[in-house]
Design a protein around this ligand. Structure first.
Ligand code: PLP
Length: 399
């Protein structure tokens, strides 16, 4: 009941629907919501067909699976996502799920109602809203646009999108790199500062690496466990959504290291208890589909899709920069974060782009008070339409 207003994307959808009904001839191009558009790759489709057939035969039919995920997928994750980067993660530290959104929200079950939570601002709103639902956020202040018990860490152009360490005691810290919405990343040294802080202050880092597959630069960790000391202070979330186009297929996983303990209690054991109580596992056929992502063919095919989106990101970033906007992100991320011209409020700029360029974006203010003055554009669209959208915006800004 305390949650303010509607979810950001429902408000965008509402405005788009109103505009479309008043301008039925308008050819809208949507660079707003962070959903993929390329179809699942052939290696994944083959694995799905095969798994479906298995489910239709008595000899290979599967009922309830392990709540933590099948060994074949946990072993593949340990080998290809971690060991290949020199990080030792044991299969029983890996919990397969139906995606990172559920896990980012459900993880709150492990924390007490008086734990202090820190988030970046702007932020992936799920972190904040789920803490509000668990009663940890306090009261919502409409004027400030924030919760009384949440510690907000501004991440803006002025600090290079690197949050400053908290000046008061916090217990749980959400970090997301590559970041949604800013598209910026934390390098190894910057993450090390946070790992050291968390270990020294008994805090826990919830590290969201849903966009890990978009990292291209060498010094950017794909996993927080590439940073020394992270196994005693961090939980990591991963997803096949953006990596392999699974937004509608649903699979992800969470790493809870066995070395992570607080007051002598293992968080791995707590998460296992939570999952076995409230979750009955991810569908067998979906886990087989996720496993196929790691095959040689699967890797080649998903990398082609990621490269397609990365090219779109570059097109958006270059085009908007040329048109005079200050732009961030795009390099290790499918998101471009652009400052609005002349400090225009972000919902005004959203409306202007919708009305005059027929391009749908996401207003930065929807991600938190420090998102004000920015918009987010996504690279998940069709390549041709992305070029056209950027052209339209550039013409509008120059005209
Ligand atoms: N984490 C971040 C930062 C995201 O942006 C998203 C999706 O947009 C998710 C998690 C959710 O991913 P999933 O589709 O695995 O639930």
């Amino acid at each position: 009941q305390k949650l303010p207003g509607s979810y950001l994307f429902s408000e965008i959808a509402r405005r788009v629907t109103v505009y479309s009904s008043e301008h039925p001839e308008a050819k809208l191009i949507k660079l707003g919501i962070g959903d993929v558009t390329r179809p699942l790759v052939p290696a994944v489709i083959d694995a799905l067909h095969k798994a479906v057939d298995e489910m239709g035969q008595a000899e290979t039919f599967r009922g309830y699976g392990p709540e933590q995920g099948y060994d074949f997928l946990r072993n593949a994750v340990a080998k290809y996502d971690y060991a290949s980067r020199g990080v030792a993660i044991e299969p029983d530290e890996i919990f397969i799920s139906d995606g990172a959104k559920s896990d980012c929200g459900n993880i709150g079950d492990l924390f007490s109602v008086d734990n202090k939570v820190a988030v970046c601002d702007p932020v992936y709103t799920v972190y904040v809203d789920t803490n509000a639902m668990s009663g940890r956020a306090g009261e919502y202040d409409t004027e400030k646009g924030g919760w009384s018990n949440i510690y907000y860490m501004p991440t803006v152009a002025e600090n290079g999108f690197v949050p400053a360490l908290p000046t008061e005691k916090v217990d749980v810290i959400y970090l997301c790199s590559p970041n949604n919405p800013t598209g910026t990343v934390l390098n190894k040294d910057q993450l090390k500062v946070w790992v050291d802080y968390a270990n020294a202050n008994d805090a826990i880092i919830l590290f969201d690496a849903a966009y890990e597959a978009f990292i291209v630069e060498d010094n950017i960790p794909h996993s927080i466990y590439e940073v020394e000391g992270a196994k005693t202070c961090a939980i990591e979330f991963r997803s096949y959504s953006k990596t392999a186009g699974f937004t509608g297929t649903r699979c992800g996983f969470t790493i809870v290291p066995k070395a992570l303990e607080r007051k002598g209690v293992s968080l791995n054991a707590m998460w296992n208890r939570r999952q076995t109580t409230k979750f009955n596992g991810t569908a067998y056929i979906i886990q087989r589909a996720a496993e196929a992502v790691y095959t040689e063919e699967g890797q080649k095919q998903v990398r082609e899709n990621i490269a397609y989106y990365q090219k779109n990101a570059q097109v958006i970033k270059d085009g908007l920069a040329k048109a005079g906007l200050e732009v961030y992100g795009a390099v290790n991320s499918p998101y471009v974060w652009a400052k609005t011209p002349d400090g225009m409020p972000s919902w005004d700029f959203f409306d202007l782009l919708l009305d005059k360029a027929n391009v749908v974006t996401t207003p930065g203010a929807g991600f938190g008070p420090h998102g004000e003055g920015y918009i987010r554009l996504t690279a998940f669209g069709d390549a041709g339409l992305t070029v056209e959208a950027v052209d339209r915006v550039a013409k509008l800004l120059k005209g």
